[in-house]
Write a protein that binds this ligand. Structure first.
Ligand code: NAD
Ligand code: UDX
Length: 451
């Protein structure tokens, strides 16, 4: 199939690469000239496992351009532009609307392609895109029905390609059977797992074929927000229990396992720690609450999910304060900056909140991250913070280390030696991933979350 993807960000690019890999011809459009140029030269502007590698192999099936390269013979148009959070919590749909306007001004009446919305958008957006495209088509004398389907995306950054090749389900919301059939055909190699997996991403042995869920656009739009809010709530819930576990003397690792092995609950997303971050959870929970507000409806669980998460970041400061007594003048080294391992993404990263608070309180902050330091220098010039080139340099002269991101390499650092470089041996394990016994034996004051 001929597919056009609008927006070459995390979602658009991963989707484009995966669709090209399973056999389609994909043209990817972005309004950002710098990004388009980089991609045309085979440079991937983000850190995402396998994307650059597959792009290199698929040059004959995937191309990039700006709007002037839009191809009228495309069969499917996938919208994957950003929907950032506005100050009032609402999702900013102006990028999606701008795409709808462009489409209405460019499409011809013949063989109108199906428009698929993959951006995370408020309820009613499929209808809105449909009416904007129709309006601009009509203004050019083209009077034919426009089909917009909702196809929310559930990929996680860091494992984006894996999630795209091996999803649990594919959700399509459409009012027309034809749109559903075309999308079923587009996804067929994934739905039936008939493609040969890339060598570096083998199909997991236990993998079951994904469900193909067809519904209305409205339900599909709500599925996306409800799924993200539920996952964020699950993490906030275990973090709330972790706070109690600390006070009563229980170990959250054992408690989470004891809860999660109940199949009705499940062990995933029960890792207590510094709290969730990233470009989606915070923005999507806020957007859901905002939508409910428009219907005069309260969402107390969703609101509490955010409150608990904010408290979780503050808890790290409280723990440092209690261990170091005085934060002013102390040096704190942050192990990790990205909101999770496998990415250089810093959107709503707990590291940034913690660094800001520590600086406000007069502490000196140092940071080390294997991939996100360049992005941090660029996107957070306001942070008066030192960047270390290694964990050793970070530890040198620090009073405390805080493990913020559970990069694999942090699990096996020579903590014994790092401790010798520090002024005080305090370590806050913000992800509960370090060996408490080993660190305690090495003379560290080990502080976890909920243990
Ligand atoms: P992103 O910011 O990484 O990329 C968006 C891209 O769209 C940018 O390159 C931007 O230049 C481009 N763009 C914006 N307006 C445009 C226009 N009018 N014409 C052409 N290009 C335009 O965003 P993302 O993280 O890929 O997210 C995209 C959408 O997918 C959002 O709605 C997000 O909520 C949703 N989503 C994201 C994730 C994730 O993990 N990042 C997962 C699931 C869903
Ligand atoms: C999330 C959703 O998982 C994905 O389905 C959606 O499409 C986009 O938003 P992402 O933000 O990329 O994906 O990462 P995810 O792996 O879900 O982690 C989100 C945050 O939660 C991270 O900060 C992570 O560290 C944190 N987390 C996750 C926990 O604190 N504990 C957990 O048990 C799991």
């Amino acid at each position: 199939m001929q597919i056009t993807v609008i927006g070459c960000g995390y979602v658009g690019l991963t989707t484009s690469v995966a669709l090209a890999y399973i056999g389609h011809r994909v043209h990817c459009i972005d309004q950002n000239q710098e990004r388009v140029q980089a991609l045309q030269n085979g440079i991937v502007p983000m850190h995402e496992m396998g994307v650059a590698e597959l792009l290199g192999q698929l040059r004959d099936r995937i191309s990039f351009g700006r709007w002037d390269s839009f191809n009228l013979t495309t069969e499917v148009i996938i919208i994957a532009v950003g929907t950032p959070r506005k100050d009032n919590g609402e999702a900013d749909t102006s990028y999606v609307e701008a795409v709808a306007r462009e489409l209405g001004q460019r499409l011809s009446g013949d063989g109108l392609p199906i428009i698929v919305n993959k951006s995370t958008v408020p309820i009613g957006s499929a209808r809105r895109v449909e009416s904007v495209v129709s309006y601009y088509l009509k203004s050019r004398g083209i009077n034919i029905p426009v089909t917009v389907a909702s196809n929310p995306e559930f990929l996680r950054e860091g494992v984006a390609l894996y999630d795209t090749f091996y999803p649990d389900r594919i959700v399509v919301g459409a009012n027309q059977g034809e749109a559903i059939n075309i999308l079923r055909e587009m996804y067929a190699p994934i739905l039936e797992q008939t493609f040969i997996p890339p060598e570096f991403l083998p199909r997991p042995d236990s993998y079951n074929l994904p469900a193909f869920i067809t519904t209305t656009p409205t339900s599909a739009e709500l599925i996306k927000y409800a799924a993200n809010t539920f996952l964020a709530m699950k993490i906030s819930y275990i973090n709330e229990i972790a706070g109690l576990a600390e006070r009563v003397g229980a170990d959250i690792l054992e408690v989470a396992r004891g809860i999660g092995l109940d199949k009705r609950i499940g062990v995933q997303y029960l890792n207590a720690g510094i709290g969730w971050g990233g470009s989606c959870f915070g923005k999507d929970v806020q957007a859901l609450i905002h939508t409910a507000g428009q219907y005069d409806y309260d969402m107390p669980l969703s609101s509490a999910t955010i409150q608990v998460n904010l408290r979780q970041r503050e808890e790290i400061i409280r723990k440092l304060q209690s261990a170091l007594k005085v934060l002013r003048g102390s040096t704190v080294g942050l192990l990790g900056l990205s909101f999770k391992p496998g990415t250089d993404d810093l959107r709503d990263a707990p590291s940034i909140t913690v660094a800001k608070r520590l600086i406000e309180m007069g502490a000196h902050v140092k940071a080390y991250d294997p991939v996100a330091m360049e992005n941090c220098r660029k996107s957070h010039p306001e942070l008066d913070m030192l960047y270390a080139n290694s964990a050793e340099e970070l530890a040198h002269g620090s009073d405390a280390l805080v493990l913020v991101t559970e990069w694999k390499e942090f699990l096996s650092l020579p903590y014994n030696q790092l401790g010798k470089l520090m002024r005080q041996k305090v370590i806050v394990d913000g992800r509960n991933v370090l060996d408490r016994q080993l660190l305690t034996e090495a003379g560290f004051n080990y502080i976890g979350v909920g243990r």
